[in-house]
Design a protein around this ligand. Structure first.
Ligand code: TRP
Length: 331
């Protein structure tokens, strides 16, 4: 069975866009592949979180992924920093990662531009750590978005370079992959592209948002004076709200408001109220689970332990073989 690895950024709560995109994909994959899903807490150190924030974020991510259907009996879900073998592979890969190629990485250049006062070496070698995350389990499939394509290409480069250097076809090539045919794109509430894309809380509806917060966010979404001719094309920010309704409401509700729009009878207040209520209904079971799991320290401890054990077993096997290949041999 093919192996899948994906790292989850340990910053930020899950929003509806994550849910209908990445998570549903993960939940599907865990039935079909040997999956490793981990919380990338080492990667998050590039921005120097406080110890309390680091811990809270890791917990939040673990809780939310469990609440949305990642099953620790099917997939291996673990915290990156519980698997020290990854850092060892990171060190080996660093010896064959060149400054020039690391400096040319788009994500590195973006980060330098955004934070010129914090150009640390961890930022530069972020793609090497990511390659170690993937190669440590000899994964071939990596469910990530377009923004990670260059990092994946670097992972292939580093794996292949290792193979060539030691004349050994050890690491397979990892490629981006999605289990769903076409990923649903969930727009944000501010009419400016994908949910979670732009800064500020108002753009995204989080799974952990209370009903009051969801109502407030949706009611604030940008609308206008309404259509001025029948069957007129919807401007982006209105189409976005219809797209959101498509995922959370029934088809009847959607066509009801679509008809009102086309007949120029739509009242955006009612439309948004309905959208908010349907979002609340959709997210309520997950919000309840998030709360229950967050309060269950015994369960969280058990899950993290099980995941760490399974991930360490796979990682230790790779490191043992890699050491042998490199020439670290016992006397
Ligand atoms: N860089 C990824 C992101 O920003 C997170 C990540 C870290 C990752 N290590 C990984 C993803 C390994 C896939 C595989 O989303």
């Amino acid at each position: 069975m093919e192996t899948v690895v994906s790292g989850i950024r340990s910053t930020g709560k899950l929003h509806l866009g994550n849910y209908y995109g990445a998570i549903q994909n993960f939940v599907k994959m865990q039935n079909e592949y040997n999956c490793y899903f981990f919380i990338a807490d080492w990667h998050s150190l590039t921005t120097h979180p406080t110890p309390a924030d680091l811990h809270d974020n890791v917990k939040q991510v673990l809780v939310e992924y469990l609440a949305t259907g990642i099953d620790p009996e099917k997939a291996t879900i673990y915290v990156q920093s519980d698997v020290p073998e990854i850092t060892e592979l990171y060190l080996y890969l660093n010896m064959n990662a060149y400054m020039g190629e690391l400096e040319r990485a788009t994500s590195f250049k973006d980060k330098v531009r955004a934070n010129p006062d914090n150009v640390n070496a961890g930022l530069l070698t972020y793609p090497v750590l990511m390659a170690a995350d993937i190669l440590i389990h000899k994964a071939t499939k990596v469910p990530v978005g377009k923004d990670q394509e260059q990092h994946l290409e670097m992972a292939r480069t580093f794996g292949n370079r290792f193979n060539r250097l030691y004349d050994n076809e050890y690491f397979p090539e990892p490629y981006a992959f999605s289990a769903g045919k076409s990923l649903v794109k969930i727009p944000g509430l501010d009419g400016k592209g994908k949910m979670g894309k732009s800064e500020g809380e108002a753009n995204a509806v989080y799974l952990s948002d209370s009903p009051e917060v969801i109502r407030k966010k949706v009611m604030k979404a940008l609308t206008d004076g309404g259509p001025t001719t029948e069957n007129q094309e919807k401007p982006d920010y209105i189409q976005n709200l219809f797209d959101l309704m498509k995922v959370v409401s029934t088809p009847d509700t959607l066509s009801h408001f679509d008809e009102l729009y086309n007949k120029m009878q739509i009242r955006y207040g009612d439309f948004k109220k309905q959208l908010a209520e349907d979002m609340i209904i959709t997210t309520a079971p997950m919000r309840d689970k998030i709360e229950a799991i967050a309060a269950d320290s015994d369960y969280l401890r058990k899950v993290a332990r099980l995941g760490a054990d399974k991930a360490c077993e796979s990682a230790a096997k790779t490191i043992k073989e890699v050491r042998e290949i490199i020439g670290f041999r016992r006397f």
